[in-house]
Design a protein around this ligand. Sequence first.
Ligand code: TEU
Ligand code: CA
Length: 573
Amino acid sequence: MVDFKHSVVYQIWPRSFKDSNNDGIGDIQGIISKLDYLKNLGITCIWLSPIYASPNDDYGYDISDYYAINPEYGTMDDFDELLLECKNRNIDILMDLVANHTSTEHKWFKDALNNPSSPYRDFYYFKEGVNHREPNNWLSFFGGSSWTKESDNSYYLTSFAPTQADLNWENEKVREEIYNVMKFYLNKGIRGFRMDVINCIDKKPGLPDKNPNKKGYQFPDDYILNGPKVHTYLKEMNEKVMSKYDGVITLAEGCMVTLQDAMNYTNPDNKEIDMCFHFDLSTLGYGSLGKYDFRKFYRFNASDIKSITRKWQNAMMEHHGYIANFLSNHDNMRHIERYGDIKLYYLESAKAFALYNFMLYGTPFIYQGEEIGMTNLKLDYHEWKDYEAINSVQAMHDMLHVPLPIAKKIGQYVTRDNARTPVQWSSEDYAGFSTTTPWIKLNPNYTVINAEDCIKDPQSIYNFYKKLIELRKNNEALCTGTFKELNKDHKSILCFKRSLGEDEYFIMINLTKQASDITLDEPLQGEELLHNGLDKELRRVMKLAPFEAHLYKLIKKEEPQPKVALHSSKYRV
Ligand code: TEU
Ligand code: CA
């Protein structure tokens, strides 16, 4: 069994992964048909975005039945088959545990709504309005109020979409129900969970207004994220669920976690969870109201990436926390275009950031399609599927008075749909994803960007990822070795060492599209293990091309033996 620190995790967002029955929607049998592809890539674990029954307002993150599989994706038998086929290939499965909220179609919520004395009313947050308005001024993650109206003056809390009702974790019955769901899937043989917005399950008691003196909805921030009881609940969950099984792997989404929170969640002494994502990189250049707040124009520079990297890597060294590293997922545009440059340096920048993600301390995650260099697709407004994008464009218009055509341009740039187009398997019709028009528009560049071609080309992004995975497998220092940065003040090149005992590696990456000179802080000697185009001897003074990146295994310099001068007065007896 591979432990969490040695895992390489591949995220599948099932709807767009692979369609087996040609209805245009990805499904479980489609995943099974691609397990050999994943095995060949070298990953050890799959994080499966939700496959449970769901009305799909948020594509599975709105669960209507935790114990049923969404019929569009298959049946429980298909899921059992997937588990078995994964087991045969030594691939673990992490399921998505969406426990901050359920769909309003869930039987608990329906009962709560239809029956005033239902015990399920206390599963959620129902509250009276104040002065003919919502109970408080909290802004939803997806724009507009966090409250949805039940009747004239009664509301329920919906921190995401209006059809995702927040569960009340103070109610121990809620916690018990969720623990039962976890046990049900662990008993089936999954390895663990990626926990959706799990740090959101403790809301500030009394649900008070955030910034009461300010006008308009306010993002509730510390009122709903990382509350003190999140730790209490995670400890309880660990005791009642995880500790009862061998080698469970847990990962908190860690939506906007602070460094301290993340270290507390993941420090093994605290017995909460194994690892945590952080959002510092994915939210670079956002305004204070989040992703759709464009007022900082999504701008950032290499020094920002360097300081975020330093902050998290050093904290893990000092506080024994543990993070999972990712650049892309189903909630963000594909990173290759945000951090790299696909027009001039497509291969170089894709590989440079892949090297970055895999060489850091922490467990690397790959998002489907990333390994073949899939890019974003500018969808027209009428083609959008992402509720967050559609609603946030309206909210931008209402709250920030952004004219709709401009709001739509911003939406087109940041929408989650960018990362949700079907995986491009081949240059055949419909990219080999399906034999019919897929549920969301396919990127027409599948004729040049697709898995089949990538596999054949030794210089492809796919084969670069494959090498990275192999390198981690064969060099312990690259998994658990320490992180030490060099040339901190350099404006565009990131340099660091990973070390374990005698083994030392040196990584240097130009994070920008400008060529750049560097004089290393220390003289180093090394043997090149991997580069993204240019083979280069490691020297003290170097010039790196745009996005040029290298991995060296350091060679210890033979210390010249001190010549003992026998005639020296010091040694004379
Ligand atoms: O995302 C939580 C989250 O923080 C998102 O609001 C994210 O910041 C935003 O979508 C970025 O555009 C998780 C899931 O990953 C996401 O897909 C769900 O929609 C959300 O929770 C609600 O379950
Ligand atoms: Ca299908």
